[in-house]
Design a protein around this ligand. Structure first.
Ligand code: NAD
Ligand code: TYD
Length: 343
């Protein structure tokens, strides 16, 4: 392993992985390959821009020719695929891009990897492939896929192609399934950065339904380290859950954010629910722990530091909350907030 292509490396979790790898593994060249969708942001990579073992290439994982050229130009031997459309609400509004990047894109990346002789292929997937999980149960890696949103279904499709390339072509693959991730540099559409930045501006926090849905919360650097552990130590053909092992109702996360920022509970607005909303995600991650991974950032401290980070880094998020973001906000929330007002 020498030249590692990190696809989607300009996004939230990919950039955390890149910052970690560039800083702690000078023996590897880290090449980011990113389409730069609305979620790609080179500000996330400012701290590594001048490092000798970092390079950036712009391109789509679904574009065969560009993938091939980049493999060639950098003598790539390892692929870590973070590239994806990642937001469930957008997958309900506009699913085409999800099939393009998360299913077709993964297929093309796999096929070119096989043809080029890539030695190791890591696919970054999600706990959402397991679907809604009953109270007191925890997903394990061999559980069936029961995805419910177009996002989850497209990620499951990508994973199934990874499995097929391992079994049919012997490609050396590993899959990770992370839970809901939070931390600095997260596009402010996901609940944690969205609610923190909205609360800082004294704007309404639209909680879907009664807010009793449960998510497992994982700090971004722990997620990145989990992917690195799977890259270095995962068994070929296997999948590994990455969980923060801290589950909370959405409404409790919302209360906590308001408390941390010293903002009033009156900002909470219960709005009409997300369609097909999964009630609960929860995973067992003993398999990854057996490889030596340990969570380093317990939730209480991590959420406090995350709220502080957004408070102190308006330069990063304020410019994002313009243009395309406002158009998405209008489509996603205008009618919901109006319905809440009139209820
Ligand atoms: P993100 O939306 O912040 O970043 C995605 C990145 O991929 C962006 O830089 C974007 O420009 C790039 N990209 C999108 N389509 C591309 C394409 N066709 N070709 C090349 N680049 C493309 O996402 P994130 O939250 O950092 O998620 C990263 C990965 O982790 C995704 O695969 C996601 O499914 C998975 N995941 C995310 C979470 C979470 O809570 N955010 C949890 C579990 C798994
Ligand atoms: P999100 O951050 O979109 O992640 P995911 O859908 O991948 O779990 O949402 C986390 C939870 O928060 C989910 O149950 C939906 C809920 N949610 C709201 O209640 N309001 C919102 O405005 C958003 C974005 C999410």
């Amino acid at each position: 392993m020498k030249n590692i292509l990190v696809t989607g490396g300009a996004g939230f979790i990919g950039s955390a992985f890149v910052r970690h790898m560039v800083a702690t593994h000078p023996e590897y060249n880290i090449i980011v390959y990113d389409k730069m969708t609305y979620a790609g942001n080179l500000d996330n990579l400012l701290s590594v821009t001048d490092e000798p073992n970092y390079r950036f290439e712009q391109g789509d994982i679904a574009h065969r020719e560009t993938v091939k050229q980049v493999f060639d130009r950098h003598a790539i031997d390892t692929v870590v695929n973070f590239a994806a459309e990642s937001h469930v609400d957008r997958s309900i509004l506009s699913p085409d891009a999800f099939v393009h990047s998360n299913a077709v894109g993964v297929h093309i990346l796999l096929d070119e990897s096989r043809l080029f002789g890539i030695e190791r292929f890591v696919q970054v997937s999600t706990d959402e492939v397991y679907g809604d999980i009953a109270e007191d149960t925890f997903s394990v890696e061999d559980d069936p896929f029961l995805p419910n949103s177009p996002y989850a279904a497209s990620k499951a499709a990508g994973e199934l192609m990874v499995r097929a390339y391992h079994i049919t072509h012997g490609l050396n693959t590993v899959v990770t399934r992370g839970s809901n991730t939070f931390g600095p540099y997260q596009y402010p559409e996901k609940i944690v950065p969205f609610f923190i930045t909205e609360a800082l501006d004294n704007r309404p926090l639209p909680v879907y339904g009664n807010g009793m849905q449960v998510r497992d919360w994982l700090y971004v650097d722990d997620h990145a380290l989990g992917v690195a552990t799977a890259l270095f130590k995962g068994e070929p053909g296997e999948a590994y859950n990455i969980a923060g092992e801290h589950r909370e109702h959405n409404i409790d996360v919302t209360h906590r954010i308001l408390e941390l920022l010293g903002k009033p509970e009156t900002l909470i607005k219960h709005v009409p629910d997300r369609e097909g909303h999964d009630l609960r995600y929860a995973m067992n991650c003993d398999k990854l722990k057996a490889l030596g991974w340990q969570q380093q950032h317990p939730f209480d401290r991590a959420i406090t530091e995350t709220a502080e980070w957004y408070r102190n880094n308006e330069w990063w998020w304020r410019k994002i909350k313009t243009g395309e973001y406002l158009e998405f906000y209008r489509r996603q929330y205008a009618a919901r907030l109006a319905a809440a007002e009139n209820a």
